[in-house]
Ligand binder design. Structure first.
Ligand code: GAL
Length: 439
């Protein structure tokens, strides 16, 4: 007979042996996944690059923050105000120049802007890169990662876009991982949480490993141009809206709270007039489709247009809170393409409250009639469901058959559908309730 004490000693031994076995089963070469706990939903806000290029300054940033508050963008969820390339004082290699803020463009420094943003419930982002120079030729962070991370944190920065300028296309993954791990570790050593964006054109299957290094979002492709569907790649490089969308198909599983596929910044409102970005612009319908798609696939949504001068239609598009909510849904699911009938595609995802977001996309040149069936397309046994149109902001009623509607050329119709509970006798609860109230 063994007593209680002996019994618990045996149990402790068994536990120790078991945990040793589990520990030795995980390969020692695999570094433990790191997470800064940030970006539980995709970052949403503004970035300076798509409209201004490197022609940025303190006045533009202050006016941008003020405009986002006045026009309702901040309250619709656009809280990041991100400086892209061009805030730095020097052009040229880091070995020849320190990394400093340009005192002519930003006379009161970056911490002044960070405070300005924070006092108004917003966040400030900054930009650098792992090379001697950044993509626009300013001094980069190579060899000074720890020092730069400390400097960004001391300024009160909340987001870093760390841009390799599509370099290292053929480099071994270990080399790429080292680049982003070095900056990620440097940021994580700071008390201040800083969201890390690895801007890397999608080389080296970055989606497979970036989250494990603590990266919060990574570009999946080349730069977006201001086009909805340009034949081929403009200048044999740029991706248009549909290129980015297609690039993301199959990558959905890599994204989730804290780590997102980045389809690049929004082009809504640029209208082909950007000082920086190539492209001839898109129609209002196409920009709206682009915005709806980015919300569905849970991409970061950083507006690239000059928000001080947004036309009313673009502003109405960007501040549709029901669409932004699909992007910011706490479940962090990414929409999958659930049906592909050539030009007609259906994307869907489940939301935290159990409802589903469904997007009907018509890539074709003519208006089309599209049908979706919750049973066939969502593989969810919904016999009876309610539908809300998220662009018309209207409940369309209750259905127990597939839903059919018209979708214009290049339009995306977006719906939120909810299953209606069915009682044990097969009658839906709402039926029963209707009959009850009719008595
Ligand atoms: C590119 C990047 C752009 C912008 C630019 C700055 O590589 O994709 O989004 O950041 O560099 O020079």
């Amino acid at each position: 007979m063994i007593n209680r004490k002996q019994q618990s000693a045996r149990f402790a031994w068994m536990l120790a042996i078991l945990s040793l076995a589990v520990a030795s089963a995980s390969p020692a070469s695999q570094p433990a996944p790191r997470s800064n706990g940030l970006a539980q939903t995709p970052p949403v806000g503004w970035s300076s690059w798509n409209n201004f290029g490197d022609d940025i300054n303190e006045q533009i940033v202050i006016e941008t923050i003020d405009a986002m508050i006045a026009n309702g963008m901040r309250d619709a969820g656009y809280v990041f105000v991100n400086l892209d390339d061009g805030w730095q004082r020097y052009k040229g290699a880091r070995r020849d120049h320190p990394l400093e803020v340009d005192p002519k463009k930003f006379p009161r420094g970056i911490s002044y802007l960070a405070d300005y943003a924070h006092q108004r419930g917003m966040k400030l982002g900054i930009y650098s890169g792992p090379g001697q120079t950044t993509c626009a030729g300013y001094t980069g962070s190579e060899g000074h990662e720890a020092e730069d991370a400390r400097m960004f944190a001391s300024w009160g920065v909340d987001h870093l876009k760390y841009d390799s300028c599509c370099s290292h296309r053929e480099a071994p993954k270990e080399e790429l991982q080292k680049i982003f791990r070095t900056m990620s570790n440097a940021l994580m050593a700071q008390k201040r949480g800083i969201v890390l964006h690895a801007c890397h054109c999608g080389w080296g299957d970055i989606w497979e490993w970036a989250a494990g290094l603590g990266v919060n979002h990574w570009r999946i492709g080349q730069d977006i141009s201001d086009d909805f569907n340009y034949p081929g790649n403009r200048e044999q490089y740029y991706f248009d809206v549909l290129d980015q969308l297609d690039r993301g198909v199959g990558l959905e599983k890599y994204a989730g709270p804290g780590h997102w596929n980045d389809y690049d910044m929004l082009i809504v409102g640029l209208d082909g007039k950007s000082k920086q970005l190539v492209g001839t612009g898109a129609s209002n319908t196409e920009y709206r489709t682009h915005f709806s798609l980015w919300a569905m696939v849970s991409s970061p949504m950083l507006v690239g247009a000059d928000v001080r001068k947004l036309d009313p239609y673009s502003l109405q598009t960007l501040t549709n809170k029901e669409i932004v909510a699909l992007n910011q849904d706490p479940a962090g699911n990414v929409a999958h393409k659930v049906r592909d009938d050539g030009d007609l595609e259906v994307f869907a995802k489940e939301l935290a409250d159990g409802s589903h977001a469904v997007l009907l996309l018509n890539r074709g040149a003519a208006t089309a009639t599209m049908t979706f069936s919750p049973r066939a397309d969502l593989q969810a046994p919904m016999d009876r469901y309610s539908i809300r149109d998220l662009w018309k902001h209207r409940d369309l009623g209750t259905y127990d058959i597939p839903f059919t509607t018209e979708v214009q050329s290049h339009e995306a119709r977006v719906f939120r559908i909810r299953q209606l509970a069915t009682s044990a006798n097969g009658r839906s609860v709402s039926d029963a309730a209707e009959q009850e109230s009719a008595r």
